[in-house]
Design a protein around this ligand. Structure first.
Ligand SMILES: Cc1ncc(COP(=O)(O)O)c(C=O)c1O
Length: 452
């Protein structure tokens, strides 16, 4: 007779009928209460004064105003979210891509309860639980879709740290090459090194130069020529080129395989690592990875993801494994983020989101058709769950005013790019319904007609 696998105390706790029943009751009550978050609502009069005061207090603590007067109550229903002033809004920017499964998603709440019942709030590099293994396994399984060999990943808690880890791996392998190539107007994050790479003057104002970066236009016609010029000017000195296949913060500019491929091939020929920043694109194009969507897996060395996955990760092939000591940190992520990340990775695989007939492609097409009918805006731009348009001729002051007006009317979106400035949506695909999309669009359309 085979020995029965010994049951861990943790397992017996989670399988305790009383614990299971307590969770069932919590989730049942959640469903009842969240059903009341059923459409846009204005702020509640009696809460407004206190709310405004809290916003002012927080702005003072941060030494800077919030972009929106947004403080959530902690309750939502798909793409709808309740704010602490009692108002309810459609969230079509999802925390700039973080709340990809909307608000109060029951499966994420359930994962959060399990995480809250585990021994520690945070998981660390030195000591972590089985969830980190599960997350890595799910991610590497998914990455087999990109192409052969993405068999390794290092988890971390922010997108920029996943990018730093990618760049450190590339520098170590290509040492002593110390220059980096990136696209003009790219966004890569805000550490001191990545503020140099991110191509926006205001984000590096006063920050000492730490990294020499050479820029290539995000442009099919001129990119290769400029890349060749940089390589000729600094032979053997570039360690890596960072590709953002769809520029997110830069304005939802979508690249294409036919001009990315020659650039990547040229990098390989010149011994330059090919790095892809998928922090914003992961799970938003019609394929899980944009690298797969653009069919570039054979030419890419390192990829990193973040935002929607809750846990961030750097993926690399066997021959890019860093030497011991290069990558570490105190936190991997919170127990809740890891548990939620596992749920999200599973749901993304089974939820019918991807492919030509997937929900992402369908919702994209639906919005595109409506935006095309609006004479007062140009576009639409973007791909998949990333949709943008240019109102008011792209004038930054007027576009920002329109974003704030949409907020007041009950739809949250955000700007992208600067000249012209666009309005963008990052659709919360895992929490969205057709009815919510239609209802939110009515507000958007009406507001654009009124304000432009
Ligand atoms: C393309 C891209 N890379 C990196 C980052 C940085 O991620 P994080 O803010 O999690 O550090 C972002 C964030 O917006 C991004 O859009």
């Amino acid at each position: 007779m085979k020995n029965k696998k010994p049951t861990l105390i943790a397992e017996s706790f989670h399988e305790d009928p009383a614990v299971i029943e307590a969770k069932r009751i919590l989730l049942e009550r959640l469903s009842e209460h969240q059903a009341r978050v059923d459409g846009v609502r204005p702020p509640r009069g009696e809460l407004v004064e206190q709310y405004d005061e809290t916003i002012r207090e927080f702005s003072k603590a941060r030494a800077g105003n919030l972009y929106f007067p947004y403080l959530g109550s902690g309750m939502g229903n798909g793409s709808l979210v309740e704010l602490a002033d009692g108002s309810v809004k459609y969230d079509f920017i999802s925390g700039i891509g973080v709340h990809h499964f909307g608000h109060s998603h029951p499966k994420l709440i359930e994962a959060g309860i399990d995480a809250a019942l585990s021994d520690t709030v945070m998981q660390g590099n030195l000591q972590q639980n089985l969830g980190s293994v599960e997350f890595s396994r799910l991610l590497l399984d998914a990455a087999s879709d990109i192409g052969e060999g993405f068999d390794h990943c290092f988890l971390t808690s922010t997108g920029v740290m996943a990018g730093e880890n990618a760049l450190k791996i590339a520098f170590q392998k290509k040492a002593p090459a110390s220059r980096v190539l990136a696209f003009e107007h790219c966004f890569a994050g805000r550490t001191i090194a990545f503020s140099q790479i991110t191509d926006k003057a205001a984000y590096r104002e006063g920050v000492p130069l730490t990294l020499p970066v050479d820029y290539v236009p995000f442009d099919a016609e001129t990119a290769l020529e400029r890349l060749n010029e940089h390589i000729a000017r600094y032979p053997g000195q570039h360690a890596a080129m960072i590709f953002e296949l769809v520029q997110g913060e830069g304005g939802f500019h979508v690249g294409a395989e036919e001009w990315f491929r020659p650039l990547m091939e040229r990098c390989r020929e010149a011994n330059i690592a090919v790095l892809v920043d998928e922090v914003q694109t992961f799970s938003r194009t019609p394929s899980l990875f944009a690298t797969r969507h653009f069919n570039l897996g054979d030419l890419v060395d390192i990829i990193w993801i973040g935002k929607s996955s809750q846990v961030c990760a750097t993926l690399f092939r066997e021959d890019w494994a860093p030497r011991p000591g290069l990558l570490s940190q105190t936190f991997t992520a919170s127990s809740g983020a890891i548990a939620a990340g596992c749920v999200i990775l599973r749901e993304l695989q089974t939820g019918g989101f991807f492919g030509e007939d997937g929900r992402i492609a369908r919702w994209h097409q639906w919005l595109v058709e409506r935006l095309e009918k609006l004479d007062s805006v140009s576009g639409p731009f973007g791909i998949g769950a990333m949709v943008a348009f240019t109102p008011c001729g792209g004038d930054p002051a007027r576009v920002t005013a329109l974003v704030k007006r949409l907020f007041e009317k009950g739809v949250m979106c955000f700007v992208a790019g600067s000249h012209p400035m666009r309005i963008r949506f990052l659709l919360p695909i895992g929490g969205l319904t057709d009815a919510q999309l239609e209802a939110a669009w009515e507000i958007v359309e009406e507001t654009i007609r009124e304000e432009t």
